[in-house]
Design a protein around this ligand. Structure first.
Ligand code: NAP
Length: 324
């Protein structure tokens, strides 16, 4: 396993970060999904993964608690947690008690003393720039003060954000209070790459979420027709009915120039692409089985930044693709 330092921090994290969103039953049922997820988490830790993502929203932390409670590597793990305050229906008001409680809950559920990265987010309903951008200016000082208290108590390391949109990303960086972004990045979602040169210059960090575009960028299903009715991708279909079309378009765009770099496998390319940027320290990847962990570990063996290839992919995306 390779490790990279998150820009602007003292955190050396594995390039693979365990994403548990679908790694266990949400109701605490220790069924086959949950057992497979627990084995996947164990396998990831055995393979040297020292970075775990989690959220109270996924309802899967109970499985992580079971694995981590007495795990010998428990104290070597860095955690990144999702921390949405204010949430959808909080009317743009920041609540320090809620912010702190989410962190305290995570400390207890993850059997740890410190959360390395708070993936702070602010939400509104509707969650668009018109409603969100004015909120940021009103709350940022209070959010930062709440974070600094936790940091000074040794309970939190750094605060980054998932900005959702490009204007919100701009506004977030302009606050000067965040260590970087934890956000979507894959061959279909490169919107935040325009900030990379500035972030590198300012010694900030980027953690990638969903490198496989929720599994669409693998070769598992070729079209919506192949996705079973009860599969979670059916929910993705409602949100993004063009997901497979996007995959086809980006594959065609990248075919000759990029995919051959990875033995012609677009899935392999997707598993590696974010880490070709030196700014990206780790990829939060949904890992639900030991086989998926093994495959991801193999794909990332010896991975090194390849800024030229990353730039080439970004240039192609900008020129030919950029479907919003
Ligand atoms: N707003 C947020 O903060 C936010 C939003 C989304 C996600 N996340 C985090 O990011 C993590 C990853 O997101 P994601 O799961 O949506 O996207 P992803 O990492 O792009 O896709 C993961 C999915 O791809 C499939 N997969 C994984 N490895 C594979 C392999 N080797 N071969 C074939 N298929 C493979 C798995 O699906 P199957 O098991 O179904 O086959 C898995 O659920 C989540 O677990 C969560 O921790 C955060």
């Amino acid at each position: 396993m390779d490790y990279r330092r998150i820009g602007g921090t003292d955190l050396d994290v594995s390039v693979l970060c365990f994403g548990p969103m679908r790694s266990a039953a949400r109701d605490g049922n220790d069924n086959e999904t949950s057992k497979a997820g627990a084995r996947a988490l164990e396998a990831a830790l055995d393979a040297g993964v020292n970075f775990l993502h989690s959220s109270y929203e996924y309802g899967t932390r109970w499985m992580m608690t079971d694995v981590l409670r007495d795990h010998p590597k428990r104290n070597d793990i860095h955690h990144v947690i999702k921390l949405p305050v204010p949430d959808w229906d909080d009317d743009g008001k920041f609540n320090e008690t809620k912010f702190r409680q989410r962190v305290e809950d995570a400390l207890s559920e993850l059997a740890t003393d410190r959360i390395a990265v708070l993936q702070w987010m602010w939400r509104a309903r509707p969650n668009d720039d018109e409603h969100r951008l004015p909120v940021l200016a009103n709350i940022m000082d209070d959010v930062n003060a709440a974070f600094e208290k936790l940091r000074d108590e040794g309970k939190a390391g750094y605060m980054m954000t998932l900005p959702y949109t490009v204007p919100a990303a701009r506004a977030s960086l302009d606050t000067g209070k965040l260590s970087g972004f934890v956000s979507f990045l894959n061959p279909i979602e490169m919107e935040l790459v325009e900030f990379f040169p500035e972030m590198e210059k300012n010694n900030q960090g980027f953690l990638c979420i969903r490198p496989l575009f929720q599994g669409i960028l693998t070769d598992r299903h070729q079209s919506w027709d192949e996705v079973p009715e009860d599969h979670y991708l059916q929910r993705v279909k409602k949100e993004d009915p063009h997901a497979f079309d996007k995959r086809a378009a980006i594959r065609a765009t990248f075919a000759d120039e990029i995919a051959n770099e990875n033995g012609g496998s677009f899935a392999r390319f997707s598993q590696r692409f974010p880490l070709y940027s030196p700014l990206v320290a780790s990829m939060v990847t949904g890992l639900n089985t030991e086989a998926q962990v093994k495959d991801a570990v193999e794909a990332l063996d010896g991975i090194k930044p390849r800024p030229d290839l990353f730039q080439k992919a970004y240039d192609l995306w900008k020129a030919d693709f950029k479907i919003t």
